[in-house]
Design a protein around this ligand. Structure first.
Ligand code: ADP
Ligand code: MG
Length: 400
C-alpha cells in the first residue's frame, strides 16, 4: 500500500475555493495510486470564526479555565474543519472517514497546550485505508493514555502529519500551505525571496527554530527519525514545492548542494534588559526568572555588563524580578531577532563583517549579537526588523 499524508494548513481550508483546491490534490494523489490520509488545521487565521485564537477569545473568565478544559476547547477548530472537508470529499463521491487525534491513535503526554507525542497506534487508519477510504484526521491534537484530549502547541498540525507519516510508512508527507515552498526568507517581507527546491532536514530545522514558521521544527525532527521525505507545497498550484530529505538521500540522488547560507529569518517581539554587572546577584536573578517559566535569549555575562532578552509578553514580570533585587535594569522594549542561518557559515571569515556592513548601510542599530556554528543572530529594534531582513537577504545574494 503506497500511502501519502497530505496536511492542509489554516488558509488552505478557510474558504470553499481553497477547500476545492485541496480536494484536487487529494484526488490527484488517489488517481496516482496512493491511499491518502488528510490532516487538517482549524479554518483560517487569527480573527477567523473557528481559528484557535478565536476559540480562546470566547472564554470570558480566561483565568478560570482549567488547562485541561482549554485543550478540549482548542481541539474544536480542527474537529469542525475535518468534518467540513470530509463532507466535500464525500460529495465528490469518495469514501471518507473522519478521525479525531485520539481516534487516529495519537497518544501524548498530559502537558496540556503543548503535549508531546509518545506513540502513534496506526491500526485504525490502516484498516480504513485498506478498505479504500480517505482518512481525514484532525491536526494539532492527541489523547493521553487516560483518554484526555490534548493539543500539540503552535504548528501542531505539522507534527500530526509527520508523526502519522512515520507511523504509516508514508512515501511522502505533503505540507500544503499558502506559499510555494520553503523560501530564503519570509516572502511577506522579502519580495524576491527564492524558493528552495531541495533542502536537508537539518537546514530546515535550523530555519524553523529561528522563526521561519512555514513548518514546525518538531515536525521536521519526527520525519527525520525515519527518513520520511517532506514536500512543502502550495495548495493553489501543482508545483512540487520544496523537497526535504536527509543529506544522504540528497547525495544519493545527486541533488546535494552545499549551501553557504540557507536563509534569513526573523522573530519578535522581545524585550532587552541590560544591567551593570559589578556586584550584581545575577545567579539569583537567572534562577528566579527560570522558576517563573521565562526563557532567556541573547544572554551576555561579563564582569561589567549583564544583558538578555525575554519574550515581549514576559517583559514586565522579568523587570519586576530584577527590581526585587534592588537593581534598575535598562529596558529596551519592542526588539526583534533577525538571523542568518546556514551550515556553511561555520569558520568562514568575513561573515560578521558582511552582516554589520549590510545593517549599517541601512542605518539599522545592532543592540546585541550572538552566534552558533549555523546561525548569527542580531537583536534590532522591531521598527528596523523588515529593513534588516531585506538588507541581509541582499548582502548574501539570496534573491532570485
Ligand atoms: P499554515 O496555516 O499553512 O500552516 P503558516 O502561516 O503556518 O501556514 O506558514 C506559512 C507562512 O510562513 C507563509 O505565509 C509565510 O509568510 C511564512 N514564512 C515565514 N518564513 C518563511 C520561509 N522562509 N519560507 C516560506 N514561508 C515562510
Ligand atoms: Mg503552520
Amino acid at each position: 500500500m503506497r500511502i501519502l499524508v497530505q496536511k492542509f494548513g489554516g488558509t488552505s481550508v478557510a474558504s470553499r475555493e481553497s477547500r476545492l483546491a485541496a480536494a484536487g490534490h487529494v484526488e490527484r494523489a488517489l488517481s496516482d495510486g496512493y491511499r491518502v490520509v488528510v490532516v487538517v488545521s482549524a479554518m483560517g487565521r487569527k480573527g477567523d470564526p473557528y481559528a484557535t485564537d478565536t476559540l480562546l477569545g470566547t472564554v470570558d473568565e480566561a483565568d478560570a479555565v482549567a488547562k485541561r478544559d482549554l485543550d478540549i476547547l482548542m481541539s474544536c477548530g480542527e474537529t469542525i474543519s475535518a468534518v467540513v472537508f470530509a463532507s466535500l470529499l464525500r460529495a465528490r463521491g469518495h469514501e471518507v472517514a473522519v478521525l479525531t487525534g485520539g481516534q487516529a491513535g495519537i497518544i501524548t503526554n498530559n502537558q496540556y497546550g503543548d503535549a508531546r507525542i509518545l506513540e502513534v497506534r496506526p491500526d485504525r487508519i490502516l484498516e480504513l485505508l485498506e478498505r479504500g477510504a480517505v482518512v481525514v484526521v484532525t491536526g494539532f491534537q492527541g489523547v493521553t493514555l487516560d483518554g484526555d484530549v490534548t493539543t500539540l502547541g503552535r504548528g501542531g498540525s505539522d507534527t500530526t502529519a509527520t508523526a502519522l507519516g512515520v507511523a504509516l510508512g508514508a512515501e511522502y508527507v505533503d505540507i500544503f500551505t499558502d506559499v510555494d515552498g520553503i523560501m530564503t526568507a519570509d516572502p511577506r517581507i522579502v519580495e524576491d525571496a527564492r524558493r528552495l527546491r531541495r533542502v536537508t532536514y537539518t537546514e530546515i530545522c535550523n530555519l524553523a527554530y529561528q522563526g521561519a514558521k512555514v513548518i514546525h521544527p518538531r515536525a521536521v525532527e519526527i520525519a527525520m527519525q525515519k527518513n520520511v521525505p517532506i514536500r512543502v507545497r502550495s495548495t493553489h498550484s501543482q508545483d512540487e514545492g520544496t523537497l526535504v530529505t536527509s543529506a544522504t538521500t540528497a547525495l544519493e540522488s545527486g541533488a546535494l548542494r552545499e549551501r553557504f547560507v540557507t536563509g534569513v529569518t526573523q522573530a519578535h517581539p522581545f524585550t532587552q534588559l541590560v544591567m551593570d554587572g559589578s556586584g550584581l546577584p545575577y545567579g539569583r536573578i537567572f534562577e528566579e526568572t527560570a522558576r517563573r517559566g521565562i526563557s532567556l535569549d541573547f544572554i551576555y555575562v561579563s564582569p561589567d555588563r549583564i544583558a538578555y532578552t525575554v519574550p515581549g509578553r514576559d517583559a514586565s514580570l522579568a523587570v519586576d524580578i530584577v527590581r526585587s533585587h534592588g537593581v534598575e535594569p535598562r529596558v529596551v522594549p519592542d526588539c526583534a531577532r533577525v538571523a542568518v542561518v546556514g551550515a556553511g557559515i561555520a569558520g568562514v571569515p568575513g561573515i560578521m563583517a558582511k552582516i554589520t556592513g549590510a545593517l549599517a548601510s541601512e542605518g539599522v542599530e545592532i543592540l546585541q549579537s550572538a552566534d552558533s556554528h549555523t546561525t548569527i543572530w542580531c537583536l534590532v529594534h522591531l521598527s528596523d526588523m523588515e529593513r534588516a531582513v531585506r538588507a541581509l537577504h541582499n548582502a548574501f545574494e539570496l534573491g532570485q
